[in-house]
Write a protein that binds this ligand. Structure first.
Ligand SMILES: *Cc1c(COP(=O)(O)O)cnc(C)c1O
Length: 417
C-alpha cells in the first residue's frame, strides 16, 4: 500500500503518456491502479498492456517457421520481422492471437468480449454453428436475404446444421410472430440488417429491443461495422448520410447478445469479421472447431489493431483512410478540384458503396470530361478509375487521397484531345 494520497486519475494517466497508448486506455490503467491502492504499479501495468499488442520482433529462435511467431515472417510494413502473433511477451509462453485486438474491439463496441474471423459471412456461420447446431434459429421472412454473391441466409443456416424457422411475412414481422415460434428447440433469434436493399411502404420490423424480452439470445448481423452511432472518432459528429445505419454499441445496448459485422466496410479496416457481445457466447464461438478454419492471420490482425487504436485515439477521421475520405468537407474537395486545373469542376454525389446505406449519397466535387475517357484513364500508370454517364466522364475527388491529386491531374492532362 502507498502511504501518500492517491494522484488524480487524469494526472496518473498523463504521466504514462510515453507508452504511446491511447489516453482512454491509460485512464483505465490509472483507475484500476488507484482502485487497487497501489498506484505505483500503473507504469508497469501500462507497459504490460503496450507489450500485449502485436509488434515486430527479432526471431532468434533458429526456428524458421515459428508457429507462435506467425510462421513465415510477415512483410509487415516491408520490414521482414516476425510478430508476436501467439506469443505472450510477458510470460514467454504461448498466447492468444485474439486477446489484444479482441479486447480493443470489445471496448469500441461496449461489449464484454469480441473475436475476429475472416469476414462477416464467417462470423454469421460461426455464431449459428457454435450456438444453434441441431436446433432452431428464428429469422424474419423479410430478412431471409442474399447479401452479395452467394451469401444467402437459408444456405448459411443449412451449412451450420441449424434449422431455419421463417417468421412473419416479407414486409411485416412483429415481436409476437417470433414469440409464437419459440419452443424448447429454439437456440437463437437472428436479425439481419438489409444492408444492400430497402423495402418501403407497408413495412414493419421487430427491433432488437422488441425481441430481447422474449428471452432467447438475439444475435444481430449489423453488416457494415459502424461501431458507435455517436461517432466519437469524428470531430464534427456523425455525418447526415449515416442516419438509420445500425451500430454495434447501440445494438448491444438494446439487448442483443451478439453483433456480427465486417471490418472492411464502414469500420475502415482490412477484410475481417467481428463477433462482439456476451463473453460466454463468444467463448463458445472461439472454442468451436470451425474457428480454426475461420481465424485471420497476423497481417489482418495487426492492421485491425492499428485501426482500433486510431478509433480509441479519436483520430480515425484523420488516420483511417475511409473516414478521412468520408468526412472531408465538400468545400475542401472543391478547392482540390479547382487546383487540378484540368477538366470542368462539378458538384457530385459520392456513394458509400459495398452495399452499405442504399440510396444515401455524400456531397462531393470533381471534374467532368466530354466523352467516355474511362478506358484511356485505366491505361494510365497508375490506372485511374472514373465513372461514365451519358457520354461524360466524371472523376470524383472524395475517394482520391489528396496526395494522389497530381496523379489525377497528370492522367487527365495526358489524354489525347
Ligand atoms: C456485407 C454484409 C455481409 C457480408 O459480409 P462479408 O464481410 O463480406 O462476408 C453480411 N451481412 C450483412 C448485413 C452485410 O452488410
Amino acid at each position: 500500500m502507498s502511504a501518500s494520497r492517491p494522484p488524480s486519475v487524469d494526472a496518473l494517466a498523463r504521466s504514462l503518456s510515453s507508452t504511446g497508448l491511447p489516453h482512454a486506455l491509460l485512464v483505465e490503467v490509472a483507475r484500476e491502479s488507484i482502485a487497487s491502492g497501489n498506484w505505483e504499479v500503473a507504469a508497469d501495468r501500462a507497459e504490460l498492456l503496450a507489450r500485449s499488442f502485436l509488434q515486430p520482433v527479432i526471431n532468434a529462435s533458429g526456428v524458421l517457421l515459428h508457429t507462435n511467431l506467425g510462421r513465415a515472417p510477415l512483410p509487415h510494413s516491408g520490414d521482414g520481422h516476425a510478430v508476436n502473433l501467439e506469443f505472450d511477451l510477458a510470460t514467454g509462453r504461448r498466447g492468444s492471437r485474439q486477446a489484444a485486438v479482441g479486447g480493443l474491439l470489445a471496448r469500441l463496441c461496449g461489449a464484454e468480449a469480441a473475436v475476429v474471423v475472416n469476414n462477416n459471412a464467417a462470423a454469421v456461420l460461426l455464431v449459428v454453428s457454435a450456438l444453434a447446431e441441431g436446433r432452431e434459429v428464428l429469422v424474419s421472412r423479410g430478412e431471409s436475404v442474399e447479401i452479395g454473391g452467394g451469401f444467402r441466409v437459408p444456405e448459411v443456416m443449412e451449412q451450420s446444421g441449424a434449422t431455419l424457422v421463417d417468421v412473419g411475412t416479407t414486409n411485416r414481422t412483429r415481436a409476437e410472430d417470433y414469440q409464437r415460434r419459440v419452443s424448447d428447440r429454439t437456440a437463437l433469434i437472428l436479425k439481419i440488417h438489409p444492408s444492400n436493399y430497402r423495402v418501403e411502404g407497408f413495412v414493419e420490423e421487430a427491433t432488437v429491443s422488441d425481441l430481447a424480452p422474449i428471452g432467447v439470445p438475439v444475435v444481430s448481423d449489423i453488416g457494415s461495422g459502424l461501431v458507435d452511432a455517436s461517432c466519437p472518432w469524428i470531430s464534427s459528429g456523425p455525418p447526415a448520410w449515416l442516419v438509420g445505419e445500425p451500430a454495434a454499441r447501440q445494438t448491444l445496448a438494446a439487448g442483443a447478445s451478439l453483433v456480427m459485422f465486417s471490418t472492411d466496410k464502414l469500420f475502415g479496416g482490412p477484410q475481417a469479421g467481428v463477433i462482439a457481445g456476451n463473453a460466454a457466447l463468444i467463448e463458445r464461438c472461439a472454442r468451436h472447431p470451425l474457428m480454426r478454419a475461420l481465424r485471420p492471420g497476423a497481417l489482418v490482425l495487426s492492421t485491425l489493431q492499428e485501426v482500433a487504436l486510431a478509433y480509441l485515439r479519436r483520430e480515425a477521421d484523420r488516420t483511417v483512410p475511409f473516414w478521412a475520405m468520408a468526412t472531408a468537407p465538400a468545400s475542401e474537395i472543391e478547392r482540390r478540384a479547382r487546383a487540378l486545373q484540368v477538366g470542368r469542376v462539378v458538384a457530385l454525389e459520392s456513394l458509400p458503396g459495398a452495399g452499405s446505406l442504399p440510396g444515401m449519397t455524400v456531397p462531393s466535387f470533381g471534374i467532368v470530361l466530354d466523352g467516355d475517357r474511362s478506358e484511356q484513364l485505366r491505361l494510365h500508370r497508375p490506372p485511374v478509375i472514373a465513372r461514365v454517364r451519358e457520354q461524360q466522364t466524371y472523376l470524383d475527388l472524395r475517394t482520391v487521397a489528396p496526395e494522389d491529386d497530381p496523379v489525377v491531374a497528370h492522367a487527365v492532362g495526358a489524354l489525347t484531345p
